[in-house]
Design a protein. Structure first.
Length: 162
C-alpha cells in the first residue's frame, strides 16, 4: 500500500492542476475528428504529398461542411547536404532538410497562428544510383510526414486553447 502512495499523490496533483493529455483518449477531439480547418493547395509534388497527409490526419471523418479556419502552407524549401565523405571524396550519407511555414487564418482573414516548420532526415548514398534515389525519396516522404505531424500538433494545441 505504501508503494502506491507516491503514484496516487502524483496523479492527484496532476488532475488538480488541470493537466490533460494532448494525444490520448482523454484529450479534446480537435485532432481525432474533422477539424474545422480547410487546407489550401500547396505548390509542387512535395506540397501535394503534404496536403494529402494533412487531409488524412485532420479530416479522417471526411471534409467538414463548415470551416472556421483556413490553413496555408508555403512552398516547401529543400536542401541536401553530404554528411559522410570517404577518403576518395565520395559521399556515403546525406542529410535532407525541409522547411516551410504554416499560416492559420480565421474567417475574417486575420492570421491567428504562424509557425515555421522544419524536418530533417538522412539517407544512405549507395553505389547504385537507383537505390540512392529510392532511399532519398523515402527520406523525403518521411520528412513530409513529420511536417504533417508537426502541423497537426500545432493545430491541436491552438484549437484546444480556443
Amino acid at each position: 500500500m505504501i508503494k502506491f502512495l507516491p503514484l496516487f499523490l502524483i496523479s492527484l496533483t496532476l488532475s488538480a492542476c488541470g493537466f490533460h493529455p494532448v494525444h490520448g483518449k482523454f484529450s479534446n477531439d480537435a485532432g481525432s475528428t474533422s477539424a474545422p480547418v480547410s487546407i489550401a493547395i500547396i505548390p509542387d509534388r512535395e506540397g501535394q504529398f503534404l496536403r494529402n497527409e494533412l487531409i488524412d490526419r485532420l479530416h479522417s471523418d471526411g471534409k467538414p461542411s463548415q470551416t472556421q479556419y483556413r490553413l496555408t502552407i508555403e512552398k516547401i524549401h529543400e536542401s541536401d547536404k553530404e554528411l559522410a565523405i570517404t577518403k576518395s571524396s565520395e559521399a556515403t550519407r546525406a542529410q535532407l532538410r525541409l522547411k516551410t511555414r504554416m499560416i492559420l487564418t480565421d474567417h475574417t482573414g486575420k492570421d491567428v497562428l504562424l509557425r515555421d516548420l522544419q524536418a530533417v532526415t538522412s539517407y544512405n548514398v549507395l553505389k547504385s544510383e537507383f537505390a540512392t534515389r529510392v532511399a532519398e525519396n523515402t527520406a523525403r516522404e518521411n520528412a513530409l510526414r513529420d511536417l504533417a505531424r508537426q502541423t497537426e500538433t500545432q493545430l491541436n494545441l491552438f484549437l484546444n486553447r480556443q
